[in-house]
Ligand binder design. Structure first.
Ligand code: SAM
Ligand code: SF4
Length: 372
């Protein structure tokens, strides 16, 4: 039976995001406000909330800008990477997280570049796992080095993994990543399953010209191996020329799965998650979609990003960022001052990314240098 994905897909997030149109939250949680600037001035406990009432609990940490692939949608072939001394040390990253946990950050995702290129990453996981109040640590990886590191990462306390894989076709893999390595990624996925990671999500960027042939086999593969497919709409944050025509809308992807794999139904929508979740009607697996382009979720965004060299960003598409490395390296370290700066970064967050507006400006950094 052919189903229509659209009614379920479109009923829950009917919001057009611009930087200035959303109303302020009805009730803003009170804090100390600087009487002159009107900005939050409290450095003590309390939630990180912005001018639009969005509460922030989710931090993405890039541990390196280096990568062993060169995905066309993410980064250029030729790159000058950061000198290693510029990267935040594990102690500095932990110091940052420890400082923001009292402000309500309780979820952290490690990313990059390719995070498994950072030597002894498991030590950082171990340090973060020991922080009281941090309830969720996850990792996004391209999987190339996963087979050899999976057990160490698990033993250090990591449980949740996203592995990026856009295709099961070696030729497409090479075209998309400019490198070989599909076999290694597949081995990494199997080892991660055996070690016990759950859930394992497979991130696929849906790009016109590839997804038509790659999505359905990937969805079947995920269903067979107990993995959750995450379909990500192609965003203008890479090095190559981005065109709307290269974006495959998430609704179209869902329809392909419904037609050629098995029927899906939507699961209760979690407003704090960028992904909309679906499950197969027969109960054999889930599919999530991140529809940044066709259904922006800026109105419920709860994320902050820390780059590998210690710049704090309130949005993937932000045009400004705040250096926190100097604060993390200062002796004596002043956690209250850093908390105040983080609160001000959140306060200055814009309403949304404006990708569809003529005002949209693509950030100078490409995805690998921000942290996906
Ligand atoms: N190297 C790791 C990996 O590939 O999983 C982590 C970093 S990567 C930047 C994080 C995620 O961003 C990946 O799932 C990748 O597919 C996604 N990504 C990169 N460029 C993108 C783009 N232009 N649009 C949508 N997603 C993108
Ligand atoms: Fe590397 Fe991940 Fe970017 Fe691909 S998406 S180039 S694997 S950082």
């Amino acid at each position: 039976m052919k189903q229509d994905a659209n009614p379920e897909f479109f009923d829950k997030r009917a919001v057009t995001v611009t930087r200035h149109k959303l109303p302020l939250a009805d009730e803003i949680i009170p804090w100390n406000v600087d009487s002159e600037s009107g900005r939050p001035d409290s450095a003590g406990d309390g939630v990180l909330i912005d001018r639009y009432g969005r509460r922030h609990n989710n931090l993405r940490i890039s541990v390196t800008d280096r990568c062993n692939l060169r995905c066309t949608y993410c980064m250029p072939e030729e790159v000058v990477f950061l000198p290693r001394r510029e990267l935040l040390s594990f102690e500095e990253i932990t110091r940052f997280v420890e400082t923001v946990v009292p402000l309500g950050i309780d979820k952290v995702r490690l990313t990059g570049g390719e995070p498994l290129l950072r030597k002894e990453l498991h030590k950082l996981i171990h340090m973060l796992a020991a922080l009281p109040g941090l309830r969720d640590i996850s990792l996004t990886t391209n999987g190339l080095l996963l087979a050899e590191q999976a057990q160490q990462l698990y033993d250090a306390g990591l449980r949740r993994l996203n592995i990026s894989l856009d295709t099961l076709d070696p030729l497409h893999f090479r075209q998309l990543t400019r490198r070989d390595g599909l076999d290694k990624v597949l081995t990494g996925i199997q080892v991660a399953r055996q070690v016990g990671f759950r859930p394992i999500k497979i991130n696929m960027v849906a790009i016109r010209g590839f997804a038509e042939r790659d999505l359905v086999p990937l969805a079947r593969f995920c269903r067979e191996w107990g993995l959750e497919l995450r379909i990500i709409e192609y965003m203008p944050i890479g090095a190559e020329e981005w065109e709307q025509s290269k974006v495959v809308p998430a609704a179209e992807c869902l329809q392909w799965i419904i037609d050629d794999v098995a029927p899906l139904r939507s699961i209760d929508y979690d407003p704090s998650s960028p992904a909309q979740e679906y499950e197969y009607i027969d109960g054999r697996g889930r599919v999530g979609v991140i529809a940044t382009i066709t259904r922006p979720f800026c109105h419920s965004c709860n994320r902050l990003r820390l780059t590998a060299e210690g710049k704090l960003r309130y949005c993937l598409f932000a045009l400004e960022e705040t250096d926190v490395k100097s604060m993390l390296r200062s002796e004596p370290f002043d956690p209250h001052y850093l908390q105040k700066v983080v609160r001000q970064v959140v306060w200055s967050k814009w309403e949304g990314h404006q990708i569809h507006s003529p005002d949209f400006i693509k950030p100078q950094r490409t995805m690998h240098a921000i942290g996906g």
